[in-house]
Design a protein around this ligand. Structure first.
Ligand code: NAD
Ligand code: MG
Length: 412
Protein backbone atom coordinates (compact mmCIF):
# COMPACT_ATOMS: atom_id res chain seq x y z
CA UNK A 1 0.00 0.00 0.00
CA UNK A 2 1.43 3.38 -0.93
CA UNK A 3 1.42 5.98 1.82
CA UNK A 4 -1.99 7.68 2.10
CA UNK A 5 -2.41 11.39 2.75
CA UNK A 6 -5.23 12.21 5.13
CA UNK A 7 -7.47 15.09 6.12
CA UNK A 8 -9.13 14.47 9.47
CA UNK A 9 -12.19 16.65 10.08
CA UNK A 10 -13.23 16.71 13.73
CA UNK A 11 -9.78 15.54 14.85
CA UNK A 12 -10.37 16.53 18.48
CA UNK A 13 -13.52 14.40 18.85
CA UNK A 14 -13.85 10.75 19.83
CA UNK A 15 -13.60 9.47 16.25
CA UNK A 16 -10.81 11.92 15.41
CA UNK A 17 -8.73 10.84 18.41
CA UNK A 18 -9.25 7.15 17.59
CA UNK A 19 -8.27 7.83 13.98
CA UNK A 20 -5.03 9.50 15.06
CA UNK A 21 -4.36 6.56 17.38
CA UNK A 22 -4.49 4.15 14.41
CA UNK A 23 -2.50 6.56 12.21
CA UNK A 24 0.24 6.83 14.85
CA UNK A 25 0.69 3.04 14.74
CA UNK A 26 1.49 3.13 11.01
CA UNK A 27 3.63 6.17 10.16
CA UNK A 28 4.84 4.33 7.06
CA UNK A 29 1.26 4.01 5.73
CA UNK A 30 -0.47 7.28 6.63
CA UNK A 31 0.48 10.95 6.63
CA UNK A 32 -1.71 13.72 8.06
CA UNK A 33 -2.13 16.71 5.76
CA UNK A 34 -4.89 18.58 7.61
CA UNK A 35 -6.65 18.47 10.96
CA UNK A 36 -9.73 20.38 12.10
CA UNK A 37 -11.31 21.08 15.47
CA UNK A 38 -13.86 23.41 16.93
CA UNK A 39 -13.46 24.10 20.65
CA UNK A 40 -10.56 22.18 22.14
CA UNK A 41 -7.82 24.36 20.69
CA UNK A 42 -5.07 23.19 23.05
CA UNK A 43 -5.81 19.59 22.18
CA UNK A 44 -5.71 20.46 18.48
CA UNK A 45 -2.35 22.19 19.00
CA UNK A 46 -0.93 19.07 20.69
CA UNK A 47 -2.19 16.94 17.79
CA UNK A 48 -0.59 19.34 15.31
CA UNK A 49 2.75 19.18 17.11
CA UNK A 50 2.63 15.39 17.02
CA UNK A 51 1.40 14.85 13.45
CA UNK A 52 2.76 18.02 11.78
CA UNK A 53 -0.06 18.60 9.29
CA UNK A 54 0.31 21.23 6.59
CA UNK A 55 -3.00 22.82 7.66
CA UNK A 56 -5.07 23.14 10.82
CA UNK A 57 -8.62 24.47 10.49
CA UNK A 58 -10.87 26.07 13.08
CA UNK A 59 -14.17 27.86 12.62
CA UNK A 60 -13.65 31.18 14.40
CA UNK A 61 -11.05 33.92 14.08
CA UNK A 62 -10.31 34.22 17.82
CA UNK A 63 -9.65 30.49 18.02
CA UNK A 64 -7.39 30.71 15.00
CA UNK A 65 -5.37 33.40 16.78
CA UNK A 66 -5.02 31.21 19.87
CA UNK A 67 -4.01 28.22 17.77
CA UNK A 68 -1.50 30.29 15.82
CA UNK A 69 0.16 31.33 19.07
CA UNK A 70 0.26 27.75 20.31
CA UNK A 71 1.78 26.58 17.02
CA UNK A 72 4.49 29.22 16.81
CA UNK A 73 7.68 27.70 15.43
CA UNK A 74 5.88 24.90 13.56
CA UNK A 75 5.20 24.74 9.83
CA UNK A 76 1.42 24.20 10.23
CA UNK A 77 -0.67 26.89 8.59
CA UNK A 78 -3.87 27.87 10.45
CA UNK A 79 -7.00 28.38 8.31
CA UNK A 80 -10.45 29.61 9.37
CA UNK A 81 -14.04 28.87 8.45
CA UNK A 82 -16.33 26.54 6.56
CA UNK A 83 -14.65 27.34 3.23
CA UNK A 84 -11.34 26.25 4.74
CA UNK A 85 -12.91 22.95 5.82
CA UNK A 86 -14.07 22.45 2.25
CA UNK A 87 -10.64 23.46 0.94
CA UNK A 88 -8.73 20.89 3.03
CA UNK A 89 -11.29 18.21 2.08
CA UNK A 90 -10.63 18.72 -1.61
CA UNK A 91 -6.83 19.31 -1.70
CA UNK A 92 -5.20 17.52 -4.66
CA UNK A 93 -2.55 15.97 -2.39
CA UNK A 94 -5.18 14.39 -0.11
CA UNK A 95 -6.24 10.78 -0.77
CA UNK A 96 -8.67 10.16 2.11
CA UNK A 97 -10.90 12.41 4.18
CA UNK A 98 -12.13 11.28 7.58
CA UNK A 99 -15.46 13.11 7.97
CA UNK A 100 -15.85 13.08 11.76
CA UNK A 101 -17.44 16.42 12.56
CA UNK A 102 -20.60 15.98 14.61
CA UNK A 103 -23.96 17.19 13.34
CA UNK A 104 -25.20 19.04 10.26
CA UNK A 105 -21.99 21.12 10.21
CA UNK A 106 -20.26 18.07 8.75
CA UNK A 107 -22.30 18.06 5.53
CA UNK A 108 -20.52 20.70 3.44
CA UNK A 109 -16.96 19.44 3.94
CA UNK A 110 -18.04 15.80 3.39
CA UNK A 111 -19.74 16.88 0.17
CA UNK A 112 -16.60 18.77 -0.89
CA UNK A 113 -14.56 15.58 -0.40
CA UNK A 114 -17.06 13.56 -2.45
CA UNK A 115 -17.07 16.14 -5.23
CA UNK A 116 -13.28 16.04 -5.31
CA UNK A 117 -13.47 12.26 -5.86
CA UNK A 118 -11.73 11.42 -2.59
CA UNK A 119 -11.89 8.28 -0.54
CA UNK A 120 -14.46 9.50 1.99
CA UNK A 121 -14.38 7.82 5.40
CA UNK A 122 -17.83 8.84 6.59
CA UNK A 123 -18.44 8.97 10.34
CA UNK A 124 -20.79 11.95 10.10
CA UNK A 125 -24.06 10.06 9.62
CA UNK A 126 -25.97 13.34 9.63
CA UNK A 127 -24.69 13.94 6.08
CA UNK A 128 -26.74 10.97 4.83
CA UNK A 129 -29.70 11.67 7.08
CA UNK A 130 -29.95 15.24 5.84
CA UNK A 131 -29.06 14.85 2.21
CA UNK A 132 -28.61 11.15 1.42
CA UNK A 133 -29.72 11.31 -2.19
CA UNK A 134 -27.58 14.34 -3.07
CA UNK A 135 -24.55 13.01 -1.26
CA UNK A 136 -24.75 9.58 -2.89
CA UNK A 137 -25.19 11.23 -6.29
CA UNK A 138 -22.07 13.33 -5.70
CA UNK A 139 -20.15 10.18 -4.73
CA UNK A 140 -21.19 8.41 -7.92
CA UNK A 141 -20.82 11.38 -10.23
CA UNK A 142 -17.33 12.25 -9.08
CA UNK A 143 -16.01 8.72 -8.70
CA UNK A 144 -15.47 9.05 -4.96
CA UNK A 145 -15.07 5.96 -2.80
CA UNK A 146 -17.34 5.87 0.22
CA UNK A 147 -16.36 3.82 3.27
CA UNK A 148 -18.64 3.81 6.31
CA UNK A 149 -17.07 4.36 9.72
CA UNK A 150 -20.21 3.87 11.77
CA UNK A 151 -19.50 0.42 13.26
CA UNK A 152 -22.81 -1.09 12.08
CA UNK A 153 -22.48 0.17 8.54
CA UNK A 154 -18.85 -0.80 8.42
CA UNK A 155 -19.95 -4.30 9.49
CA UNK A 156 -22.67 -4.40 6.81
CA UNK A 157 -20.17 -3.19 4.23
CA UNK A 158 -17.82 -6.02 5.20
CA UNK A 159 -20.67 -8.60 4.96
CA UNK A 160 -22.08 -7.40 1.63
CA UNK A 161 -21.04 -8.90 -1.69
CA UNK A 162 -18.29 -6.61 -3.01
CA UNK A 163 -20.35 -5.26 -5.91
CA UNK A 164 -23.10 -3.62 -3.88
CA UNK A 165 -21.11 -2.70 -0.85
CA UNK A 166 -21.48 1.05 -1.20
CA UNK A 167 -18.10 1.51 -2.84
CA UNK A 168 -18.87 3.51 -5.94
CA UNK A 169 -15.68 2.82 -7.87
CA UNK A 170 -16.51 -0.85 -8.17
CA UNK A 171 -20.20 -0.31 -8.64
CA UNK A 172 -21.54 -0.47 -12.13
CA UNK A 173 -25.08 -1.62 -11.48
CA UNK A 174 -26.33 1.33 -9.47
CA UNK A 175 -25.43 4.33 -11.56
CA UNK A 176 -28.33 6.74 -11.32
CA UNK A 177 -29.72 8.18 -14.50
CA UNK A 178 -32.28 10.27 -12.74
CA UNK A 179 -33.23 10.82 -9.10
CA UNK A 180 -35.43 8.05 -7.79
CA UNK A 181 -37.95 8.05 -4.99
CA UNK A 182 -37.05 6.97 -1.48
CA UNK A 183 -38.82 3.68 -1.92
CA UNK A 184 -37.35 2.78 -5.28
CA UNK A 185 -34.16 1.05 -4.22
CA UNK A 186 -32.34 -2.22 -4.66
CA UNK A 187 -30.13 -4.26 -2.41
CA UNK A 188 -27.43 -6.23 -4.23
CA UNK A 189 -28.68 -9.37 -5.97
CA UNK A 190 -28.94 -12.26 -3.53
CA UNK A 191 -29.26 -10.07 -0.43
CA UNK A 192 -32.59 -10.27 1.40
CA UNK A 193 -32.18 -7.76 4.21
CA UNK A 194 -29.93 -5.97 6.64
CA UNK A 195 -29.98 -6.78 10.35
CA UNK A 196 -28.82 -3.64 12.13
CA UNK A 197 -27.76 -4.35 15.70
CA UNK A 198 -28.26 -1.93 18.58
CA UNK A 199 -27.02 -2.19 22.16
CA UNK A 200 -30.28 -0.80 23.54
CA UNK A 201 -28.26 1.79 25.48
CA UNK A 202 -28.46 2.52 29.19
CA UNK A 203 -32.29 2.39 29.37
CA UNK A 204 -33.01 -0.96 27.77
CA UNK A 205 -34.33 -2.49 30.99
CA UNK A 206 -35.13 0.63 33.06
CA UNK A 207 -38.83 0.74 34.06
CA UNK A 208 -40.60 2.82 31.39
CA UNK A 209 -42.46 4.89 33.99
CA UNK A 210 -39.14 6.21 35.34
CA UNK A 211 -37.89 7.45 31.94
CA UNK A 212 -39.40 10.85 32.71
CA UNK A 213 -36.73 11.32 35.40
CA UNK A 214 -33.70 10.54 33.22
CA UNK A 215 -30.81 13.00 33.76
CA UNK A 216 -28.16 14.00 31.20
CA UNK A 217 -25.54 12.13 33.27
CA UNK A 218 -27.58 8.92 33.05
CA UNK A 219 -28.20 9.37 29.34
CA UNK A 220 -24.54 9.85 28.39
CA UNK A 221 -23.36 6.82 30.42
CA UNK A 222 -23.33 4.25 27.62
CA UNK A 223 -22.76 0.65 28.76
CA UNK A 224 -20.37 -0.37 25.93
CA UNK A 225 -19.05 2.61 23.96
CA UNK A 226 -17.23 5.83 24.84
CA UNK A 227 -18.60 8.52 22.50
CA UNK A 228 -19.31 12.22 22.15
CA UNK A 229 -22.24 13.56 24.24
CA UNK A 230 -24.69 14.08 21.40
CA UNK A 231 -24.38 10.57 19.99
CA UNK A 232 -24.47 9.15 23.52
CA UNK A 233 -27.87 10.75 24.17
CA UNK A 234 -28.98 9.53 20.74
CA UNK A 235 -27.94 6.02 21.74
CA UNK A 236 -29.97 6.22 24.94
CA UNK A 237 -33.10 7.32 23.04
CA UNK A 238 -32.28 4.97 20.12
CA UNK A 239 -32.52 7.98 17.83
CA UNK A 240 -28.98 6.97 16.92
CA UNK A 241 -30.34 3.68 15.59
CA UNK A 242 -33.07 5.57 13.77
CA UNK A 243 -30.46 7.79 12.12
CA UNK A 244 -28.52 4.62 11.28
CA UNK A 245 -31.55 3.05 9.59
CA UNK A 246 -31.70 6.15 7.37
CA UNK A 247 -27.93 6.01 6.87
CA UNK A 248 -28.18 2.33 5.80
CA UNK A 249 -31.00 3.15 3.41
CA UNK A 250 -28.69 5.45 1.44
CA UNK A 251 -25.40 3.61 1.80
CA UNK A 252 -26.78 0.26 0.69
CA UNK A 253 -29.76 1.32 -1.38
CA UNK A 254 -32.18 -0.58 0.89
CA UNK A 255 -35.88 -0.02 1.39
CA UNK A 256 -36.95 0.73 4.99
CA UNK A 257 -38.61 -2.66 5.38
CA UNK A 258 -35.37 -4.34 4.32
CA UNK A 259 -33.61 -2.91 7.39
CA UNK A 260 -34.46 -4.60 10.66
CA UNK A 261 -33.19 -3.40 14.02
CA UNK A 262 -32.17 -6.13 16.48
CA UNK A 263 -31.14 -5.35 20.04
CA UNK A 264 -27.88 -7.05 20.98
CA UNK A 265 -26.74 -5.77 24.39
CA UNK A 266 -23.15 -7.11 24.23
CA UNK A 267 -22.23 -4.99 21.14
CA UNK A 268 -20.03 -7.75 19.72
CA UNK A 269 -21.98 -8.49 16.53
CA UNK A 270 -21.89 -5.09 14.83
CA UNK A 271 -24.55 -5.93 12.21
CA UNK A 272 -25.47 -8.67 9.75
CA UNK A 273 -26.54 -9.27 6.18
CA UNK A 274 -29.10 -11.93 5.33
CA UNK A 275 -28.95 -13.67 1.95
CA UNK A 276 -31.76 -15.32 -0.04
CA UNK A 277 -30.45 -18.81 0.70
CA UNK A 278 -30.88 -18.22 4.44
CA UNK A 279 -27.21 -17.46 5.15
CA UNK A 280 -26.56 -14.63 7.59
CA UNK A 281 -23.10 -13.06 7.58
CA UNK A 282 -22.01 -11.10 10.63
CA UNK A 283 -18.98 -9.01 11.55
CA UNK A 284 -17.80 -9.37 15.15
CA UNK A 285 -15.25 -7.46 17.18
CA UNK A 286 -14.80 -5.87 20.55
CA UNK A 287 -16.68 -2.55 20.71
CA UNK A 288 -13.78 -0.30 19.77
CA UNK A 289 -14.12 2.25 16.95
CA UNK A 290 -10.49 1.69 15.96
CA UNK A 291 -11.62 -1.51 14.17
CA UNK A 292 -13.91 0.17 11.60
CA UNK A 293 -11.54 3.13 11.41
CA UNK A 294 -8.53 0.92 10.64
CA UNK A 295 -10.61 -1.09 8.17
CA UNK A 296 -11.49 2.04 6.22
CA UNK A 297 -8.09 3.71 6.50
CA UNK A 298 -6.30 0.71 5.01
CA UNK A 299 -9.08 -0.56 2.72
CA UNK A 300 -8.86 -2.95 0.94
CA UNK A 301 -5.81 -4.01 2.96
CA UNK A 302 -5.83 -4.74 6.71
CA UNK A 303 -3.69 -3.20 9.43
CA UNK A 304 -3.46 -3.65 13.19
CA UNK A 305 -5.68 -1.27 15.11
CA UNK A 306 -4.46 -1.72 18.68
CA UNK A 307 -7.77 -3.39 19.56
CA UNK A 308 -7.95 -6.28 22.06
CA UNK A 309 -8.49 -9.63 20.37
CA UNK A 310 -11.98 -11.01 20.74
CA UNK A 311 -12.25 -13.66 23.47
CA UNK A 312 -15.60 -15.33 22.78
CA UNK A 313 -15.25 -17.91 25.55
CA UNK A 314 -14.83 -15.07 28.04
CA UNK A 315 -17.83 -13.18 26.63
CA UNK A 316 -19.83 -16.42 26.88
CA UNK A 317 -23.20 -15.25 25.58
CA UNK A 318 -24.44 -13.21 22.67
CA UNK A 319 -28.13 -12.37 23.05
CA UNK A 320 -30.70 -10.74 20.77
CA UNK A 321 -34.15 -9.20 21.27
CA UNK A 322 -36.65 -7.07 19.37
CA UNK A 323 -36.77 -3.32 20.09
CA UNK A 324 -39.76 -1.91 21.94
CA UNK A 325 -41.13 1.12 20.08
CA UNK A 326 -43.04 2.30 23.16
CA UNK A 327 -39.80 2.54 25.11
CA UNK A 328 -37.94 4.02 22.13
CA UNK A 329 -40.38 6.33 20.26
CA UNK A 330 -37.48 8.08 18.48
CA UNK A 331 -36.74 4.88 16.56
CA UNK A 332 -40.30 4.76 15.33
CA UNK A 333 -40.19 8.43 14.33
CA UNK A 334 -37.09 7.74 12.23
CA UNK A 335 -38.84 4.96 10.30
CA UNK A 336 -41.82 7.30 9.82
CA UNK A 337 -39.59 10.11 8.53
CA UNK A 338 -37.87 7.71 6.14
CA UNK A 339 -41.23 6.52 4.82
CA UNK A 340 -42.43 10.12 4.44
CA UNK A 341 -39.34 10.92 2.35
CA UNK A 342 -38.61 14.43 1.06
CA UNK A 343 -37.20 16.72 3.72
CA UNK A 344 -38.56 14.70 6.65
CA UNK A 345 -35.27 13.09 7.68
CA UNK A 346 -33.44 16.43 7.49
CA UNK A 347 -36.17 17.94 9.68
CA UNK A 348 -35.91 15.05 12.12
CA UNK A 349 -32.14 15.40 12.33
CA UNK A 350 -32.16 19.16 12.88
CA UNK A 351 -34.94 19.05 15.48
CA UNK A 352 -33.09 16.27 17.25
CA UNK A 353 -29.85 18.28 17.44
CA UNK A 354 -31.74 21.17 19.06
CA UNK A 355 -33.69 18.92 21.42
CA UNK A 356 -30.62 16.95 22.53
CA UNK A 357 -28.66 20.14 23.20
CA UNK A 358 -31.62 21.49 25.22
CA UNK A 359 -31.84 18.25 27.19
CA UNK A 360 -28.10 18.33 27.94
CA UNK A 361 -28.59 21.97 29.14
CA UNK A 362 -31.48 20.76 31.32
CA UNK A 363 -33.93 23.01 29.48
CA UNK A 364 -36.22 20.11 28.52
CA UNK A 365 -36.75 16.69 30.12
CA UNK A 366 -35.61 13.46 28.46
CA UNK A 367 -39.12 12.62 27.22
CA UNK A 368 -39.29 16.11 25.74
CA UNK A 369 -36.84 15.02 23.03
CA UNK A 370 -39.24 12.58 21.33
CA UNK A 371 -42.20 14.89 21.97
CA UNK A 372 -40.55 17.84 20.27
CA UNK A 373 -39.43 15.74 17.29
CA UNK A 374 -42.94 14.49 16.76
CA UNK A 375 -44.33 17.98 16.94
CA UNK A 376 -41.75 19.53 14.57
CA UNK A 377 -42.19 16.70 12.06
CA UNK A 378 -45.96 17.16 12.19
CA UNK A 379 -45.73 20.91 11.62
CA UNK A 380 -43.16 20.95 8.85
CA UNK A 381 -44.09 17.82 6.91
CA UNK A 382 -44.31 18.54 3.21
CA UNK A 383 -41.46 21.06 2.92
CA UNK A 384 -39.81 20.64 -0.51
CA UNK A 385 -36.62 18.61 -0.99
CA UNK A 386 -35.73 19.21 -4.61
CA UNK A 387 -32.27 20.63 -4.00
CA UNK A 388 -29.58 20.87 -1.37
CA UNK A 389 -30.76 24.44 -0.72
CA UNK A 390 -34.27 23.11 0.00
CA UNK A 391 -32.80 20.70 2.55
CA UNK A 392 -30.70 23.42 4.20
CA UNK A 393 -33.86 25.54 4.42
CA UNK A 394 -35.79 22.62 5.94
CA UNK A 395 -32.95 22.12 8.42
CA UNK A 396 -33.07 25.80 9.41
CA UNK A 397 -36.88 25.80 9.70
CA UNK A 398 -36.79 22.69 11.90
CA UNK A 399 -34.19 24.29 14.17
CA UNK A 400 -36.32 27.42 14.58
CA UNK A 401 -39.42 25.36 15.30
CA UNK A 402 -37.59 23.15 17.80
CA UNK A 403 -36.07 26.20 19.54
CA UNK A 404 -39.56 27.70 19.90
CA UNK A 405 -40.78 24.49 21.51
CA UNK A 406 -37.83 24.46 23.89
CA UNK A 407 -38.39 28.11 24.84
CA UNK A 408 -42.05 27.36 25.40
CA UNK A 409 -41.23 24.33 27.58
CA UNK A 410 -38.75 26.39 29.60
CA UNK A 411 -41.42 29.01 30.38
CA UNK A 412 -43.72 26.44 31.89
P1 NAD B 1 -17.39 14.47 19.23
O1 NAD B 1 -18.36 15.42 19.79
O2 NAD B 1 -16.51 13.68 20.14
O3 NAD B 1 -16.43 15.24 18.20
C1 NAD B 1 -16.93 16.08 17.21
C2 NAD B 1 -15.82 16.79 16.44
O4 NAD B 1 -16.42 17.73 15.56
C3 NAD B 1 -14.86 17.58 17.31
O5 NAD B 1 -13.58 17.55 16.74
C4 NAD B 1 -15.40 19.01 17.23
O6 NAD B 1 -14.40 19.98 17.42
C5 NAD B 1 -15.93 19.06 15.82
N1 NAD B 1 -17.07 19.98 15.67
C6 NAD B 1 -18.16 20.05 16.47
N2 NAD B 1 -19.02 20.98 16.00
C7 NAD B 1 -18.46 21.49 14.89
C8 NAD B 1 -18.85 22.50 13.97
N3 NAD B 1 -20.00 23.19 14.10
N4 NAD B 1 -18.04 22.76 12.93
C9 NAD B 1 -16.85 22.12 12.79
N5 NAD B 1 -16.42 21.16 13.64
C10 NAD B 1 -17.22 20.86 14.67
O7 NAD B 1 -18.20 13.48 18.29
P2 NAD B 1 -17.85 11.97 17.87
O8 NAD B 1 -18.42 11.03 18.85
O9 NAD B 1 -16.41 11.88 17.50
O10 NAD B 1 -18.74 11.82 16.56
C11 NAD B 1 -18.37 12.42 15.32
C12 NAD B 1 -19.30 11.91 14.24
O11 NAD B 1 -19.11 10.50 14.12
C13 NAD B 1 -20.78 12.09 14.54
O12 NAD B 1 -21.46 12.37 13.36
C14 NAD B 1 -21.21 10.75 15.08
O13 NAD B 1 -22.57 10.48 14.82
C15 NAD B 1 -20.33 9.82 14.30
N6 NAD B 1 -20.08 8.53 14.96
C16 NAD B 1 -19.42 8.50 16.14
C17 NAD B 1 -19.21 7.27 16.77
C18 NAD B 1 -18.45 7.18 18.07
O14 NAD B 1 -18.22 6.07 18.55
N7 NAD B 1 -18.05 8.27 18.69
C19 NAD B 1 -19.67 6.11 16.18
C20 NAD B 1 -20.33 6.19 14.96
C21 NAD B 1 -20.53 7.41 14.35
MG1 MG C 1 -23.22 3.16 15.15
Amino acid sequence: MSRRNLTILGATGTIGVNTLDVVARHPDKFRVVALSGQNQIEKLAIQCRQFQPRYAVVLEADKAATLQTLLRGTSTEVLVGMEALEFVSALPEVDSVMAAIVGAAGLRPALAAARAGKQVLLANKETLVMAGRFFMEAVREHGATLLPIDSEHNAIFQCMPREGSGESRVESRKVLDSPRSTLDSRLPIGVRRILLTASGGPFRTRPVETLKDVTPEEAVAHPNWVMGKKISVDSASMMNKGLEVIEARWLFDARPEQIEVVIHPQSIVHSMVEYLDGSVLAQLSNPDMRTPIAHSLAYPERVEAGVNWLDLAKIGQLTFEAPDFARFPCLKLAYQALAAGGAATAILNAANEVAVAAFLDRRIPYLGIAASLESVLGRLAGLPANSLEDLMAADAAARREAELLVAHAAQK
